[in-house]
Each structure stands twice: as C-alpha cells, then as structure tokens.
Design a binder for this molecule. Structure first.
Ligand code: MG
Length: 276
C-alpha cells in the first residue's frame, strides 16, 4: 500500500489584511467614485456611477483605463471625439485625477463603524494588522494621517504603486507578509469590499472575507443606506452578497463590524487542518 501525506498548517491566524476605502474608512467607497465621474465629465464623456465603480479596487490609473475599455464608454467617446480613447487620454485623465483625489480624500476619511473595536480584538489575540489599497502613496499619506487621528494605525500599509501590479495580483498581500514577518500565507485573512480585492487575497493563497454593504458593491453613504426602504435594502444586500460569493470569498458579511465570527471559524478550520 502506498500512502501520500499532505502537509497542513494548523497554527493560529497571524495577520489580517484590511482594505481601505469601503472596508475601514469611507462607507460606500465614495471618494474615488466621485472623482472618476468628474474626470470623464471634463472629457465631455459623462459616465454613470455604475460605470465609474465597475473596476473598483484596481490601481487608479488601471481603473481609468478599464473604464475607457467599457463598450458603452467607448461608443460615447467615439461619438464625442471622433476616435477611440488612447493611452495618452488615459495618462491625461490620471494626471487630472490625482490632484482632484488628493483634494477631496479627507472629506470621506471617516472610519467605518466597528473598525476600531475589531482591530482592538484582533490585536488582543496577537494578530497583526496589514493593509492594501488601490490608492497611491501620496493619497495614502492623507488617509493614514486621518485614520491615525481617529485611532486606527495598521502595522503595515502597501499601496498599488509600491508593487509591480495592483489587484487582482497578489503582490500587495505578499508584501504585507514580508513587512509583518508572517510565517505562511495560510495564516492570513484578507478583508475587502471589492471583487478584485477578494481575488487579490485568493491569488495570495489567503482566507478571504468579502464586505457586501459598507463598500463599492452597494455604493451608498451610511445615511443613504440607512434611509433605504427595507425592500431595496434587501435587494441590494442580496446582490452584493451573491457577487462576492461568486468571486470566491470564503465568507461574506455586511461590514467590518461583522467579521469576528468569521475569524473564529477560520481559526477552527485551521486547527482541523483545512486550508484556504
Ligand atoms: Mg475598497
């Protein structure tokens, strides 16, 4: 008889990697969305909020490029400019995007309820807090300052501009592994409100938790979300949950305030020898 023995990590969770907009701050992930809309408006090719949000999670320059690749946007661009959008157009829009984004970030930097409590509980268990973002380093300087003022200071922050490629590539997660001195990727949990953000964690070999309500998938500020009639809330929540499940997330909950039961469940699964 021939047996094959499989090696499995059975230790504790060592790090939780949190996304920024829509996960720990900026409920509804509004800051980038409004600026993408503005940048296209200036090119006389207005885009809908849905088009602006479609590639959310990517590096912001890549995000602009992806919007110009949407069929609907290409058709309207062609009608206005008599040609399709080029690489130079994308570069030009990104150059306009940067100062506009820097200017308005602080208006959207309030922490999402539950962030401080969850980070505190994770730290009490000896878990390190990493973070990844599609924002560039100068943008993150503003968010880091505003977060620190509210009491949130992750142990590591990696921006899309710090690595060879942003989401859905795993590099930002893996850079956090290095920065935090984590022993294996299976000991990490990635938390994100976007599909590319869930894919980033999966591509890094980590556990993933999708956040359906607080981020890009619902895309509403907290007051707007709370004011929705029950039926609309139910429909939007269901749609967001289903999209993040289909992206392959191990768990999907409404917001960061709800992740601790998932963390407990992952710890149990690791002890049983399960892998992400
Ligand atoms: Mg996000």
């Amino acid at each position: 008889m021939v047996f094959h023995y499989k090696r499995s990590y059975r230790g504790p969770i060592e790090a939780v990697l949190l996304d920024w907009a829509g996960t720990t701050m900026d409920f509804g992930c509004l800051a980038p969305a409004v600026v993408f809309v503005e940048v296209f408006k200036r090119k006389r090719v207005p885009i809908s909020m849905e088009e602006a949000r479609a590639p959310m999670g990517a590096h912001k320059r890549v995000h602009i490029q992806r919007v110009t690749e949407l069929d609907s946007v290409r058709q309207r661009w062609q009608a206005v400019h008599g040609r399709l959008p080029s690489d130079d157009d994308v570069e030009g829009m990104f150059a306009e995007f940067v100062p506009l984004q820097l200017e308005c970030l602080s208006a959207y930097s309030e922490l999402i309820p539950g962030t401080l409590e969850v980070v505190e509980q994770l730290r009490r268990r000896g878990i390190k807090i990493g973070s990844t973002t599609g924002y560039t380093t100068p943008m993150m300087a503003i968010n880091l300052r505003d977060a620190a003022r509210q009491g949130y200071k992750p142990d590591s922050t990696v921006c899309a501009s710090d690595v060879p490629a942003g989401r859905p590539s795993p590099y930002m997660c893996l850079q956090n592994v290095i920065n935090l001195g984590v022993s294996t990727v299976q000991a990490c949990v990635k938390v994100d409100d976007t599909i590319p953000g869930v894919e980033e964690g999966l591509n890094a070999g980590m556990w993933t938790i999708g956040l359906a309500v607080s981020g890009n998938e619902v895309g509403l500020s907290r007051p707007d979300w709370e004011a929705l009639p029950q039926g609309d809330k139910h429909a939007k929540r269901e749609r967001a949950h289903s999209r993040l499940w289909q992206a392959g997330a191990h768990y999907v909950v409404d917001s960061i305030a709800d992740i601790m039961p998932c963390i407990d469940d992952i710890e149990e699964r690791l002890h049983r020898g399960e892998q992400p």
